[in-house]
Design a protein around this ligand. Structure first.
Ligand SMILES: C[C@@H](N)C(=O)N[C@H](C)C(=O)O
Ligand SMILES: [Zn+2]
Length: 213
């Protein structure tokens, strides 16, 4: 298996065959397409549209897939099951994100509270992080979380409490159900959760179409 070193000094895999080799050595590294595993999951893959903070289409517009590594994908399935039993479901804004997109984010924002520093790479680049919210199953509407997705301000922080009680309850529900099933929260973004990098999951810069094959 060969790795490439980015201009920020991170080792990454950018060839599908090299990624496949890591999966042959450790099946937990498989990138699982979430909708294939999790029935009823709703996608609103913002970076495949211009409806995101950059106003640019960062993924090919037709991107209909998103991925997490096997253990994180299985854990997300248990989150969905629990939410469904309570009349709710997950909506996914983003999960796997190619490293080159993280570089673009960093060069626009330069703030580690809101975008990963490409010197380290993001959990999204490793297939370990997910940006999500909760929808009501009957109305299909998102629960009010007080800010929209990628609102890079103090109001989106978990410790920001000057919000209506219903908003605080919704954030608590999302945080508690994600933590219960093994995800960690990011203090500065209510929508971002990550799985531990306990198996040395590599940073990937592989297009979505290659992973779905
Ligand atoms: C850009 C935002 N949605 C996000 O995912 N931020 C975290 C910090 C990341 O880039 O890993
Ligand atoms: Zn995120």
């Amino acid at each position: 298996q060969t790795t490439t070193v980015s201009k920020y000094g991170v080792s990454l895999i950018n060839k599908p065959a090299d990624y496949q080799l890591t999966v042959r050595n450790d099946s937990a590294k498989k990138m699982v397409e979430l909708l294939k595993l999790i029935p009823g999951l709703v996608y609103d893959l913002r970076y495949a549209t211009t409806n995101n903070f950059t106003h640019l289409q960062l993924y090919v517009p037709a991107t209909r897939f998103t991925f997490l590594r096997l253990p994180a994908a299985r854990a997300l399935a248990t989150v969905q099951k629990e939410l469904n039993s309570r009349g709710y479901g997950l909506k996914i804004f983003d999960a796997y994100r190619p490293y080159s997109v993280t570089v673009k984010f960093w060069e626009l924002i330069l703030d580690e509270r809101y975008v990963a520093n490409p010197v380290k790479g993001s959990g999204h680049n490793r297939g370990l992080a997910v940006d999500c919210t909760i929808i009501d199953l009957k109305s299909r509407r998102e629960l009010d979380m007080g800010t929209g997705f990628d609102n890079f301000s103090d109001t989106a922080h978990h410790n920001f409490t000057a919000l209506p009680a219903a908003v605080l309850d919704h954030r608590k529900l999302l945080k508690e159900v994600m933590e219960k099933h093994g995800f960690n929260k990011l203090d500065t973004e209510w929508w971002h959760f990550y799985w531990s990098n306990d198996r040395g999951y590599e940073v990937l810069d592989i297009p979505f179409e290659e992973l779905v094959k």
